[in-house]
Design a protein around this ligand. Structure first.
Ligand code: ASC
Length: 151
């Protein structure tokens, strides 16, 4: 490896090892980032939901494409949960995200696992398989919202 490449790799390695807060200039940037990731997730999850609920016709290829995006996006929001970004307004994370961090991380992991399963299930191209996996994923989203997000 060239010296320059090695230096670049070292910098990138260090940056990804920094605590979450240090990856954003300001707390508001972290909030904006996590909201953006959730917006994309919700958009594509919602398209599957519309199919599962019979609001739009079943389309296996579209379901698989949407589920893949949801699964990819699901890894992103959590870097944006930096200290000092809780609140009491509707939709804001409660302070218990930070005081019950292990529980929050477990809820995040559960959601990531369920949307990964959804992405696999969608590839089976079977409406019932899709519906079952969608329900599990939606429950994992809801469990976290119910406990950690202001209503
Ligand atoms: C969605 C969406 C969520 C979840 C959640 C499931 O479509 O945007 O956050 O489903 O409402 O209960």
């Amino acid at each position: 490896m060239s010296r320059l490449l090695l230096a670049a790799a070292t910098v990138i390695g260090l940056a990804s090892a920094l605590p979450a807060a240090a990856q954003f200039q300001k707390p508001e940037d972290a909030v904006k980032y996590r909201k953006a990731a959730y917006t994309v997730m919700s958009t594509h999850f919602g398209r599957i939901g519309a199919m599962v609920q019979g609001k739009v016709p079943y389309d296996g290829a579209a379901a698989a494409a949407n589920a893949a995006i949801v699964a990819q996006m699901s890894v992103l929001p959590f870097a944006g949960f930096v200290e000092g970004t809780s609140g009491t307004e509707k939709g804001q994370p409660k302070p218990i995200v930070w005081t019950e961090r292990a529980k929050f991380d477990a809820a995040a992991k559960k959601m990531q696992d369920e949307v990964a399963k959804l992405a696999v299930a969608a590839k089976a191209n079977n409406p019932d398989t899709l519906k079952a996996a969608f329900g599990e994923a939606a429950s994992a989203c809801k469990a976290c919202h119910d406990h950690f997000r202001n209503p």
